[in-house]
Structures are given as structure tokens and as C-alpha cells.
Design a protein around this ligand. Structure first.
Ligand code: GDP
Ligand code: IMO
Ligand code: MG
Length: 373
């Protein structure tokens, strides 16, 4: 034992990939449990910059077994491309360090076609999906007409290359945990995109919250030690749907966040909508997941903003709190004491309002640009 879980606290793209890569060396296995290649997790470390869609962000560590769990949907073509791209730059990927659940479902070309047809049919009410066939693949799963990775023999070309990776990952994880090994579960998307607990219908088609971490791996509640929520120091959303603290695109602050934060989708390249941190939404995530720790990412992106606002509604009335910003650069700061006083005040404010300890503060995209205990 135990298993720790990383979960996005907002609408995805919080920086989960960076944190998984940062922590992975302490674990024997890193496991994806939900979603598919709608996810795009960025890792920047000494080996280079990587954008991972299906392969867990632990793959850059020797001695870490990466597992794609039963809760995921897998486009074999995309997975093979991702494996090849990693191999091209010298990263080892083999059945020794990448295991795929026999129960994960396969995304087929018809799912991708259906995703785009459904979006067209929705017209003005489109969801803004990533177009990767995720929803239709989960539809087939729930309708009991899907294909699982254990059926991959029906596609000899895929079976030849992926067959050796496919196994009962539930059993594998059970054995690891029974041997007292540590396991890290890597969430995809964010709590507010969860099919049940997010802003339905503007959500993804799986449970990206803690429940999905269990059903998507076959682990049990007593396996879980820490559930770590990952939040940006502000907020972004890509795709349609409600975003209470969104800043108008014409406002210079929106431009600042977009440009300084490079807020363009890792999977689709779409511009992300930008806004302020939203306390009520964050509390909903904390409640839904039972986070006992959180990370605040991209603090450096707020450098140079004069007044930082936070949406902090009271009794359903819209209310923004305003905190003073800071001029100094926080990029790459590793020591809490080196942060500008106003940055500390902002973090203290978040801790107080959210009633939760901030365990990790991220001050840049690279692995070592981090303040952690
Ligand atoms: P994920 O889907 O949650 O893994 O996040 P993405 O990789 O889609 O998006 C996060 C983006 O922010 C990536 O481009 C990261 O390299 C970048 N990033 C992560 N942490 C920080 C940080 O603390 N500061 C800055 N400036 N960028 C960060
Ligand atoms: P990571 O893991 C941000 C969004 C899409 C769309 C909605 C439904 O990188 O944080 P889908 O293709 O899943 O049916 O799209 O969910 N979405 C994400 N937004 N980050 C993600 O993943 C996302 N995965 C899906 O933009 O609004
Ligand atoms: Mg992402």
C-alpha cells in the first residue's frame, strides 16, 4: 500500500502532467484511470518537452511501470504513434514498462466520425468536444456493444504491436499494493468536466473524479492515501459551457493570462478561455474528491497583474474579492520565503477560503520550478 491520486480541480489542463512527473520517482507505478486521448499532459524535464495523451506521465522515469487502466478508452492508432514518438527520442517503451488493461475499451474510426456528426447536429448547443471519439466510445461501452482491448485480435495489425502490453492491470496493481509498493493514479480532465459532478451536459463522458479512480482501476477505497487536487492560480476552460469567473476576451487581463500562460489546448491547439480563480467551484471539487492536499500551479503567470480578483460568491450573489498583485518575477522560485509578500498573501487567502493546505506551489513549467515540502 498505498495509492495516491492526482485529480484536476477545475476544467482540465491544470498541470497534472507536471506534478505526476515531479512525484513519479517515489512510485512503482503510474496509472491512468479515465478518459483517453482527449487528455494532453505536458511534461518538461531534463529529457525534453513531452505532450502525453494516453501514456501515463511516469513514462520518463526508469523503474516506473505505466498502466492504462480499465476506465480508459484507447485509440490504438494514437497509442502506437505516441509509443513511436517516445522511442524516436530514446525513451524506452515496452511491455516491461507499459501495461494496458484488457478491459479498456477501443476507440474505432466510427466513434471519431460519430463525435463530429453529433457535434454538428448540436448546432449552437455544441459541447466543443476534442473530436477524438471519446463520447461515442463510452456510449458503446455503456450500451454493451463496445470492443475491449482483450478483443484486439480482431485487428491483427494492432494485436501484433500492442498484444504483449495487454493484461489484467487490476491484478497487477493488487499485487504491487500487496507487496507494499506505492502507486500513483493520474487523473485526466478535471472535476468540473466529470460526467456526473461537472457542468452537464458540457462535460466529458467519464468520471474524472475520485470514484472514477476506483472503478477505472479496480482498486478499493482503503487503497487510497492522499487525494491531491491540482488547481491553476486562476482558471481556464476549453470548449463550451458555463465558466462563472470568465474574463471578457477584450479585457487586457484575459490577454495577459492567455499569452503569459500559453493557454492553448495541448490536444487541439484551441485557445483556452481564461478567468479568475473561483472559490465556489473549487470547493465543489474539494467536496467531490475529498482532497487532503492541493497544488497551486502557474503562480508565475499572475506576475505583473496589478489587482488579482477571486470569484467568491456569497448566498448565490456574485462577489469578487480583490487582492493586490506583485511586480516581481516568481518564475522558478523554489523557496517559499523568496516569494513576494503579496504572492504569499494570495496563497494564504486561498488556503483560508478553501480550508485546505497548499502542499505544492508551481512557479514554472519545468519539473524543478516548484516549491514543495
Ligand atoms: P494537464 O492536462 O493538467 O497535464 O495540463 P496541460 O499540460 O494541458 O497544461 C498545462 C500547461 O501549463 C502546460 O503547457 C505546462 O507546461 C504549463 N505549466 C505547468 N505548470 C506551470 C507553471 O507553474 N507555470 C507555467 N508558466 N506553466 C506551467
Ligand atoms: P486534460 O487531461 C481540458 C473538454 C473538451 C470539451 C469536453 C468534452 O488534458 O486536462 P470530450 O472530447 O472529452 O468529449 O470533450 O471536455 N476536455 C478537456 N478540457 N483538458 C482536458 O484533458 C480535456 N478533456 C476533455 O474541451 O469541453
Ligand atoms: Mg491538458
Amino acid at each position: 500500500m498505498p495509492a495516491d491520486v492526482i485529480i484536476g480541480g477545475q476544467w482540465g489542463d491544470e498541470g497534472k502532467g507536471k506534478i505526476v512527473d515531479l512525484l513519479a520517482s517515489k512510485y512503482s507505478a503510474v496509472v491512468r484511470f479515465s478518459g483517453g486521448n482527449n487528455a494532453g499532459h505536458t511534461v518538461i524535464n531534463d529529457l525534453g518537452e513531452f505532450k502525453l495523451h494516453l501514456i501515463p506521465s511516469g513514462i520518463l522515469h526508469d523503474n516506473v511501470t505505466c498502466i492504462i487502466g480499465n476506465g480508459c478508452v484507447i485509440d490504438p492508432k494514437v497509442l502506437l504513434y505516441e509509443i513511436d514518438k517516445l522511442k524516436d527520442v530514446g525513451i524506452k517503451v515496452s511491455p516491461k514498462n507499459l501495461m494496458i488493461s484488457d478491459k479498456a475499451h477501443i476507440i474505432l474510426p466510427r466513434h471519431i466520425e460519430k463525435d463530429s456528426e453529433q457535434e454538428k447536429a448540436r448546432g449552437d448547443f455544441k459541447i466543443g468536444t476534442t473530436g477524438r471519439g471519446i463520447g461515442p466510445a463510452y456510449m458503446d461501452k455503456v450500451a454493451r456493444s463496445g470492443h475491449r482491448m482483450e478483443n484486439i485480435a480482431e485487428w491483427p495489425e494492432w494485436e501484433e504491436k500492442l498484444g504483449g502490453h495487454i493484461t489484467s492491470t487490476q491484478k497487477l496493481l493488487r499485487d504491487l499494493l500487496d507487496k507494499d509498493e506505492n502507486v500513483l493514479l493520474e487523473g485526466a480532465q478535471g472535476a468540473l468536466l466529470d460526467i456526473d459532478h461537472g457542468s452537464y451536459p458540457f462535460v466529458t463522458s467519464s468520471n474524472s473524479t475520485i470514484g472514477g479512480a476506483l472503478t477505472g482501476t479496480g482498486l478499493v477505497p482503503s487503497d487510497i492515501r492522499d487525494t491531491i487536487g491540482i488547481f491553476k492560480a486562476y482558471a481556464t476552460r476549453v470548449g463550451e459551457g458555463p465558466f462563472p469567473s470568465e474574463i471578457e476576451k477584450s479585457n487586457p487581463v484575459a490577454k495577459h493570462l492567455l499569452e503569459k500562460g500559453h493557454e492553448f489546448g495541448t490536444t487541439t491547439g484551441r485557445e483556452r478561455r481564461c478567468g479568475w480563480f473561483d472559490i465556489e467551484s473549487a470547493k465543489h471539487s474539494i467536496m467531490t474528491n475529498g482532497f487532503n492536499k492541493i497544488a497551486i500551479m502557474k503562480l508565475d503567470v499572475l506576475d505583473g497583474i496589478k489587482e488579482i480578483k477571486v470569484l467568491n460568491n456569497i448566498d448565490n450573489k456574485i462577489k469578487y474579492d480583490t487582492l493586490s498583485g506583485w511586480d516581481q518575477s516568481t518564475i522558478g522560485i523554489k523557496d517559499y520565503s523568496d516569494l513576494p509578500e503579496n504572492a504569499k498573501k494570495y496563497l494564504n487567502y486561498l488556503e483560508k477560503e478553501l480550508e485546505i493546505k497548499i502542499d505544492i506551489i508551481s512557479t514554472g513549467p519545468k519539473r524543478d520550478q516548484t516549491i514543495s515540502n
